[in-house]
Design a protein around this ligand. Structure first.
Ligand SMILES: [Zn+2]
Length: 487
């Protein structure tokens, strides 16, 4: 098998002169996937649940796929290629010009919520890399949350998700969905919509296959998602030292201006959470990626959060080795582990099932955005609670009355409140919304005293949002804790 891979890989390395196609290989063992990456195959999408791998091949080499002895299928042209009729405008995706126009118009139409784009640095070919800051005018200590897309130039699906989420935030701020007001009143959301502007611009008239940046000094560009400075070049799995490989990591960490620009901006704003969007494969990936069975100190939180985030859309969550394969030098690992202070709760969603599918069918893009919007809302509503900027209670060494935990938080259907009372069992427990209205009160006698739990099966008519559980006793002791209901 190895020889066949090698024989084909020679063709893969040939200069790009012909059109390319995505080819889906069925029943690929997970072990063979690593061989394919080592051999320089350009992996577009992996779905080990269904047992297929999509690879990009020059059209002239497709006949040789039969040598691999897998069942295979040549995928529709528009899944992997930006079709000639769309090369000026990216079809239903947003071209570089359309991105700029969108973000500028957002700032013009919602002056109180969205700032005009600000340049944070330049690419290899001196194009501007810009960011958009969104928050309401309500003052406060509002934790930064980071959204990025298109660090891989042929993955516009994530860019559409960012645009969709920005539109959702602004259009729902006044009276639509109260979660939008909660997010913009309590956090600062930053968008970096085009992390690789040279590659994206290049893709417009050139078929849309290009993944890396446009620094062709040694080969055909550097994979900007292997160029970050945590565990860069740890080994050669999922990160290549060879300049023409799709995952070429560059000759040193942060060798490329594009990764330097994002690094410096991230260090400046110090986000507490991030969503770095890619496509495709319907994954939700969290750190670490550089080694199998290597987990962050926040692993339990990553697991719990991602379970909620993927409950509706069915994305498969895990570390990169669990979902796909090991990688080193990626943005996630650096944002979590790059220095001891960071620990950013960072995720990479892999949107949808192809790079360009949807360029002529807006329902594909809308469905992808609908899949991802709840994940974005979740992150933005959860991290303020996570860092405890408000709503958290100081619990003394020997509290007379304490609401120890709300579990799970966020909650989908049934919440459990763990309460400790060193006095009587005569404790009042009520749930309030953020306007101070009582949503639910537990009856006298439901709390047994000592340390025990009360559960609340949340009725369907209670909308998604932020709520406060408050306990008090006749002696005037009280405690409260904030939690989030998701629907
Ligand atoms: Zn990617």
């Amino acid at each position: 098998m190895k020889y066949l891979f090698l024989a084909l890989s020679i063709c893969v390395f040939a200069p790009v002169v012909s059109a390319h196609r995505l080819v889906r290989l069925y029943d690929v063992p997970h072990g063979s996937l690593m061989n394919m990456i080592e051999d320089g195959y350009d992996i577009a999408s992996v779905d080990m649940r269904s047992g297929y791998v999509d690879i990009l091949l020059p059209e002239r080499d497709i006949d040789q796929v039969a040598l691999l002895s897998y069942d295979y299928e040549v995928l529709p042209r528009e899944w992997g290629e930006l079709l000639p009729e769309n090369t000026d405008n990216a079809g239903y995706y947003y071209s570089p010009e359309e991105n700029w126009a969108f973000w500028c118009s957002l700032a013009e139409n919602y002056t109180d919520l969205a700032d005009t784009p600000v340049t944070i640095g330049q690419s290899y070919e001196n194009r501007d890399i810009y960011m958009i800051k969104m928050t309401s005018s309500i003052p406060g200590d509002k934790p930064p949350i980071y959204f990025s897309s298109l660090i891989h130039a042929r993955e516009p699906g994530g860019n559409s998700v960012l645009i969709d989420f920005a539109m959702w935030l602004t259009s729902n701020y006044d009276g639509g969905d109260t979660r939008a007001a909660y997010i913009l009143d309590n956090t600062t959301v930053y968008f970096v919509p085009i992390g690789n502007p040279d590659g994206y611009e290049y893709n417009m008239p050139n078929g849309g296959y290009h993944r890396k940046n446009m620094n062709f000094t040694l080969g055909d560009g550097i994979d900007l998602n292997r160029n970050w400075g945590y565990m860069w070049g740890y080994d050669n799995y999922g990160s290549s030292p060879y300049p023409n490989d799709p995952t070429y990591r560059g000759d040193s960490a942060f060798s490329e201006p594009e990764t330097q620009v994002q690094r410096d901006f991230i260090e400046e704003i110090e986000p507490i959470a991030a969503m770095n969007y890619h496509s495709s494969g319907q994954w939700l990936i969290y750190p670490y990626g550089y080694e199998e069975n290597t987990y962050t100190p926040d692993h339990t939180t990553f697991v719990e959060w991602s379970a909620v985030m993927t409950a509706e859309n069915g994305y498969f969550a895990g570390t990169c080795p669990e979902c796909l394969y090991v990688v080193n030098g990626d943005q996630n690992d650096w944002m979590y582990g790059g220095n001891e202070e960071q620990g950013i709760m960072v995720f990479t969603p892999e949107v949808g099932t192809s790079w360009w599918g949807g360029q002529n069918d807006t329902t594909v893009i809308e469905a992808n955005c609908a899949d991802c919007r709840p994940m974005n809302i979740f992150i933005c509503m959860t991290v303020p609670e996570f860092v405890g900027i408000s709503g958290e209670s100081e619990i003394g060494i020997e509290p007379l009355l304490a609401l120890n935990s709300v579990y799970p938080n966020p909650v989908l259907s049934t919440a459990s409140f763990r309460i400790t009372s060193s006095g009587s069992s005569n404790v009042n427990v009520s749930i309030y919304d953020t306007s101070g209205r009582i949503v639910h009160s537990f009856g006298t006698g439901e709390f047994a005293g000592g340390t025990s739990s009360l559960t609340w099966a949340i009725p369907g008519e209670v909308p998604a949002g932020v709520y406060i559980a408050r306990i008090s006793d006749v002696a005037g002791n009280c405690d409260s804790r904030r939690f989030t209901v998701l629907r």
